[in-house]
Design a protein around this ligand. Structure first.
Ligand code: ZN
Length: 283
């Protein structure tokens, strides 16, 4: 077998080739990323209980035992209704983890323990904060209306259909669009608090989403998706996702699906959103 030397150690070429192939797969493979996230979840939640429904494995600590059936039932409904909107087959099984408090949810991602999130989608799995932490009187209706499950399941479907090839604004816009449609929940417009128009470019929303003013970045993401739906029809959104899944870049699929250049789309969309912002100030 051929071999090369690193620091005086002989390493067979076959091993190096396998290592390089693995590195390429780690960078590019959606499937491998999910596999690794799954392994990490298995290790980090080995102390958790599990309740399994037809399509979900819900993991929780004993303190949240009373909420597990409700969360699982809502997750089953979200799977059916969200995938129905997408017109796509959802994954057969999904792991959903209930964390007892914000600190443990944040810690599962290595985030600052003060980070606040009610739910997170990552690598094929959904993590939610226990309803006991944020609902005064937990009920299924309130958990559907105010909870994160529909939003996070929409992120999962975007990831599924595009095979991981999506812009941050697109997945946040679609998750809020789906959530608004199915549960009625929508964040208040930031225009109510701020009269001055502060809109971001698509590039900023794509590259720096987490360093932007959060309320504006989320609001604008939903507005862009609604702008596309209003002007080109909802089918355009699903077409864009399918194209991304086929390997198109966002500018290429916007051009193909909406029939105008990405730059012109951005100009027209920002002009419309500016009017929307000014309208929002008057509410
Ligand atoms: Zn989101």
């Amino acid at each position: 077998m051929s071999s090369v030397r690193f620091d005086g150690v002989k390493v067979p070429l076959l091993l190096i080739t396998v290592f390089i192939i693995i590195m390429i797969l780690v960078k590019n493979s959606h499937v491998l990323q999910r596999f690794m996230v799954n392994q990490e979840i298995r290790l980090s939640t080995s102390q958790y209980e599990v309740t399994s429904t037809e399509h979900f494995d819900v993991k929780y600590l004993p303190i949240d035992e009373a909420y597990a059936p409700m969360v699982a039932a809502v997750a089953e409904d979200a799977r059916q209704s969200v995938s129905g909107m997408f017109g796509e087959q959802p994954p057969e099984r999904t792991t959903l983890i209930i964390y007892p408090d914000s600190a443990s949810l944040a810690k599962s991602f290595g985030w600052n323990k003060n980070a606040k999130a009610m739910g997170v989608y990552w690598g094929g799995s959904i993590r939610v904060l226990s309803p006991g932490e944020w609902l005064k009187e937990p009920s299924q209706e309130a958990f559907i209306r105010e909870g994160p499950v529909y939003h996070e399941y929409a992120h999962l479907m975007v990831d599924e259909v595009t095979e991981g090839n999506y812009s941050r604004w697109l997945t946040e816009g679609i998750a809020q669009y789906v959530e608004k449609h199915l549960t009625g929940f929508e964040f208040a417009s930031p225009a109510v608090r701020n009269r001055e128009v502060t809109l971001y470019s698509l590039r900023q929303l794509d590259k720096d989403f987490d360093s932007l003013e959060e309320s504006v970045a989320y609001w604008q993401s939903l507005q862009i998706v609604e702008y596309i739906v209003d002007h080109y029809g909802e089918a355009a959104i699903w077409q864009i996702l399918n194209d991304l899944g086929d390997g198109y870049q966002i500018d290429g699929t916007v051009e193909k699906t909406l029939g105008l250049s990405y730059e012109r789309f951005e100009d027209e969309m920002l002009t419309a959103l500016e009017k929307e912002w000014i309208r929002g100030c008057k509410v």
